[in-house]
Each structure stands twice: as structure tokens, then as C-alpha cells.
Write a protein that binds this ligand. Structure first.
Ligand SMILES: [Zn+2]
Length: 344
């Protein structure tokens, strides 16, 4: 099979021929139609996320099962599938209680700790394939359906984590990014008032189209002040921070209303300061949200199947153009998600 391989950090992709994978016990192999290209995996290419090289990245797939290994039940040749990103154990108390991303025995993530889908075929533990529900036209929209598993399901889960209710105000920091724009979409779907915060005014039109009622230009600084102005000094009910730099987290905290919730995800993991007095006196919550459960993926796919929301893929290029696509991702120039066409 052909594959685009990374041989080290900060190196270009190399197109190589690899043997077709063969499913062992408990594994399955899918032919890949398309695979999303987002910032999470660009971090690997750019050396910001340490992995063992050589590595084939990519986890937001649409594809079709071509082989199910010994002992695999519930998957058969021809099944249309996407992937669950985390290599969870399935047996620990977190896996068993519906918190798979917190698995105590995690094997890591697809495309980071094992080879992913920038190739004709991908071999994974069978439990990492999720069968697509009825009503999704994966032949017509393979790229959009492939990115649901992360780009749409992650924002969907955040709605629950932050307990977003209709009529609340939700501010999304990093709204122009691949996850941010889908967070706007999901917050609008949840009937919130939606505020997009980003440093790139060139993305504001796309933010408005995705569901933003207002936009805040963060390149001027003054993010908390602008959010307070837009809410008559009351503050926003929920801040979702996809940048999660020290400055954005601190601005997000300052912009929170009474009973406000701040959600951090992505970012550098660096410390930030919050006011314990505000947390107490205003009963504010500071929350982390880590990827999603399989159930979140299935529910997000169902939402797409029912026409409630539809992922935004604005760049779709052949696998061989992975390098150019990743340059766009690195520069933050993609609106929504980029994806690579492999056999789609
Ligand atoms: Zn586990």
C-alpha cells in the first residue's frame, strides 16, 4: 500500500510503499476513504508532540472494513466505519463507566502511539472502529463524516461538560480553528447566544456563518473587557478555550458570569491564575475536557445523519499533497477542517 510517512520531527512527509496490513487476533483492517488533517496531528509533524518515528499519522477517517481478524465480533467486511481516537483498554473502571479518555491503561492515540490512516489501509484494534449509523452518505461526504469523530464530537461533548443550556451565552476562544468553528456550530445548535473570539479577523465571516452572533477581535488584547461589554457587564455563562494559553485562560476567567463555567482543552498546559474569591463568591467552575467517549461519537454521527449539524471541511486534497495541507494547518489558514482524499 502507499503511505505518507513521517521519519522525524520537522521533516516532510515521504511517500513510501508498505506491505498491506494483516489483521491479527482482535484487530481489523479498513480501507481508508478520507482522513482529517487537524492541529493535533500537526503537533506531531512539527515536533511539539513527542512520538516514536517513523510514524503514519491520521485518525479522523471514513473507510470500509476489508478484514476482521480472529475473534472479532460485530464487524464484518464491507462495514462503513470511522475511528475512535484513543487506544483505551476497555477494562478499567474509567472505561467501564463511560469515561474512556481517562483510561488508566491507555495505549495512547491512533497515529501517535500506533500507525494511523495517512495510507491506503489502517489496522487497529477492532474496538477502535465505530460503525457508521444508518442515514449517513459516506460515499458522497466521506471527508465530512470522517472528521465527526473528533472535530464535531469534541465540541459536542463540551456542551455537556459545561452544562450549556438554551439561552446561555457561550464564548469560544480560538473560534476560527478547526475545533473552534465546530464549537460555534454546536453551541448554536444548543440554542445558546454565541460569541466567537479569535485573532484573525479574516475568519470572522466563517465564524458568523457557523453560528456566531457576535465576534471579538482578540488581536487587540482586551478579551475579557470586550466580553463584559457584550454582556452588559454580567459576563458570559460559558467560556470554551481552545487556545488555552495563560493569557486566554486568565481572560476567560475574568469574563465569567455568576455560575460561569470555563472549559480548557488543547493548549500548552501551562499554569494560569484564577481568582479563588470569584470562584467562591460567584460559584464558578473551572473544567477540563478530554476528547470524547464512543457514545459522544455515535450521538454526533446521529446528529449529522438527522441533518441537525454538518461538519465544515473546506480543504480536501489527495494524500500526496499532505505536505501542502499541513502547511496550511500550521499557519492556521484552514477554515473548519482540512482532509486528505485517499481512496474516497
Ligand atoms: Zn481503561
Amino acid at each position: 500500500m502507499k503511505a505518507m510517512v513521517l521519519k522525524g520531527p520537522n521533516l516532510p512527509f515521504e511517500r513510501v510503499e508498505r506491505p498491506d496490513p494483516v489483521a491479527g487476533p482482535g484487530e481489523a483492517v479498513a480501507r481508508v476513504f478520507t482522513c482529517g488533517a487537524g492541529l493535533t496531528i500537526q503537533h506531531v509533524k512539527a515536533g511539539r508532540r513527542k512520538v516514536q518515528f517513523p510514524r503514519i499519522i491520521g485518525h479522523e477517517i471514513s473507510g470500509e472494513i476489508v478484514e476482521a481478524g480472529p475473534g472479532v465480533t460485530g464487524l464484518k467486511v464491507g462495514d462503513a466505519v470511522t475511528t475512535y481516537f484513543y487506544l483505551d483498554c476497555g477494562h478499567c473502571r474509567w472505561c467501564l463507566t463511560g469515561f474512556e479518555p481517562l483510561c488508566e491503561n491507555s495505549g495512547g492515540q491512533i497515529g501517535l502511539e500506533c500507525d494511523g490512516a495517512y495510507a491506503d489501509y489502517v489496522k487497529l484494534p477492532a474496538r477502535n472502529f465505530i460503525k457508521l449509523p444508518e442515514g449517513l452518505d459516506h460515499k458522497k461526504h466521506p471527508a465530512e463524516i470522517g472528521v465527526v469523530t473528533d472535530a464535531l464530537a469534541t465540541p459536542y461533548k463540551v456542551l455537556r461538560r459545561a452544562r450549556v443550556r438554551a439561552g446561555e451565552t457561550v464564548a469560544v476562544i480560538g473560534a476560527g480553528g478547526g475545533l473552534g468553528i465546530h464549537q460555534l456550530m454546536m453551541a448554536k445548535w444548543a440554542r445558546a447566544r454565541v460569541i466567537a473570539v479569535d485573532t484573525k479577523p479574516g475568519k470572522f465571516d466563517a465564524c458568523r456563518k457557523a453560528g456566531a452572533d457576535e465576534v471579538v477581535d482578540a488581536s487587540t488584547g482586551r478579551v475579557a473587557e470586550q466580553l463584559l461589554e457584550l454582556t452588559g457587564g454580567k459576563g458570559v455563562d460559558v467560556v470554551v478555550d481552545y487556545v488555552s494559553a495563560t493569557a486566554t485562560l486568565e481572560a476567560g476567567c475574568k469574563a465569567l458570569a455568576r455560575r460561569g463555567r470555563l472549559v480548557t482543552l488543547g493548549g500548552s498546559g501551562k499554569p494560569f491564575q484564577a481568582s479563588a474569591a470569584d470562584m467562591l463568591n460567584k460559584e464558578q467552575d473551572l473544567l477540563g475536557s478530554r476528547y470524547v467517549t464512543r457514545s459522544d461519537v455515535l450521538e454526533s454521527l446521529d446528529l449529522v445523519a438527522r441533518g441537525e449539524v454538518f461538519p465544515l471541511v473546506s480543504v480536501l486534497r489527495p494524500l500526496e499533497e499532505a505536505e501542502a495541507v499541513h502547511e496550511l494547518v500550521e499557519r492556521g489558514e484552514v477554515i473548519g477542517r482540512a482532509a486528505l482524499r485517499i481512496n474516497g
